[in-house]
Design a protein around this ligand. Structure first.
Ligand code: TXA
Ligand code: MG
Length: 347
């Protein structure tokens, strides 16, 4: 891919400057790809109605063509422009959780370019809740296809620096709006069947969804690795840091033993642990990713912790496990995908 000159803007989310937004929106209207912050992670946006524009996203990321993109819109009326209809459960979810970290899979009416949906009869739509994303959507009045703004396979970006590292010279622009809030991507919920099905856990938990729409299932592939995922993107390697990541399920003494065994074999070991455990662990590098008592905090710091280790100084990364409830479910889903192996302590 040829290199492009990438434009940068820094925008204070509490004071969204219209001139900078207008400049970024003009590039989007010109069918170019621009990265911008959302409340979950940074997205790489392009006009969802134009096949060439969308092709620019796949090229910049190195993304497999059979992995469909989420369409970002300003409001519910704009959802109606790209779907055949909004079922009752989707109305309830939109009213309760949007703008916010929720993506709904609905029946596509064919308006979006065919590479957005990878030829599927459905389309993923979401109304992001970030002042910069909202201002951009309002300024260009286009539905924007926007996957996470990382090179395919890498951890998603939660700061403009992460985007710069992966995509500088490959996209028309990057809007820096500071670090993102939620830290993991939106929850993807399939609303095309009789009851809602979670295809990807994320910023809205199963517990949150069930309060609004009642019983909600996980896609069987999230629970059993033998099953084929309904969300095409879920089958690919994801979120991988530079060095191999081992997810450790066991107590602290077990984690410390794994570190020491690796060090005895001349491996330099990086560790990702919660604040509660940081003082008790010794390794070559230790990254703290928030408190175990607040799994939302772990989500916020997860991707930047994964990105913080370089193979210049570290050979293997070990990470402690987290409880699989609430936001912990999304955190563990990302860690299991990022890990090259899971090491479990014998009971
Ligand atoms: O929080 C987010 O959702 C971020 C920000 C930028 O908005 N975006 C994001 O996009 O995570 P991406 O492309 O990295 O992940 C999109 C996920 C993939 O797993 C994809 O397979 C799934 O959504 N998806 C998209 N359209 C779908 C469809 N029609 N049916 C099933 N899954 C779909
Ligand atoms: Mg992604």
């Amino acid at each position: 891919m040829s290199t492009t000159e990438t434009k940068f803007w820094t925008i204070d989310p509490s004071n969204v400057d219209s001139i900078q937004i207008e400049e970024a929106a003009a590039l989007l209207e010109d069918n170019q790809a621009v990265a911008f912050p959302t409340e979950t992670v940074y997205g790489l946006g392009a006009n969802a109605l134009n096949e060439q524009a969308v092709q620019g996203i796949f090229a910049a990321k190195g993304r497999p063509a059979d992995n469909p993109l989420i369409v970002h819109v300003a409001d519910k009326d704009q959802i109606e422009e790209v779907v055949t209809h909004i079922p009752q459960m989707a109305h309830k979810l939109i009213d309760a959780f949007t703008p916010g970290p929720l993506t709904l899979i609905l029946e596509s009416n064919g308006s979006c370019a065919s590479n957005v949906t990878a030829g599927l009869p459905s389309v993923g739509v979401r109304i992001p809740d970030h002042p910069v994303a909202r201002a951009l959507l309002q300024a260009c009045r286009l539905p924007l296809a926007a996957p996470s703004a990382n090179r395919s396979g890498r951890p998603s970006p939660t700061s403009a620096e992460h985007v710069y590292k992966d995509l500088n010279g490959r996209v028309a622009g990057i809007v820096d709006g500071g670090p993102t809030g939620v830290g993991v991507e939106s929850t993807v919920v399939d609303c095309t069947g009789a009851r809602p099905v979670i295809l990807r856990p994320g910023g809205i938990t199963k517990e949150d969804l069930e309060e609004v729409v009642g019983p909600t299932d996980f896609d069987p592939a999230l629970v059993n690795q033998e099953e084929k995922p309904k969300s095409p993107g879920m089958k690919y390697t994801h979120y991988a840091p530079e060095a191999p990541l081992w997810l450790v399920e066991g107590d602290l003494a077990f984690l410390q033993r794994q570190i020491e065994q690796l060090q005895q074999n001349d491996k330099r070991v990086g560790v990702i642990v919660s604040q509660e455990h940081a003082e008790q662990i010794q390794a070559d590098e230790v990254q703290v990713c928030g408190s175990r008592a607040h799994l939302n905090e772990v989500a916020v710091h997860l991707y930047s912790a994964l990105r913080s280790f370089s193979t210049d100084t570290i050979d293997v990364i070990l990470c402690e496990s987290f409880p699989e409830h609430g936001m912990g479910y999304a955190v563990m889903n990302r860690l299991k995908k990022a890990a090259t192996q899971v090491i479990t302590q014998d009971k």
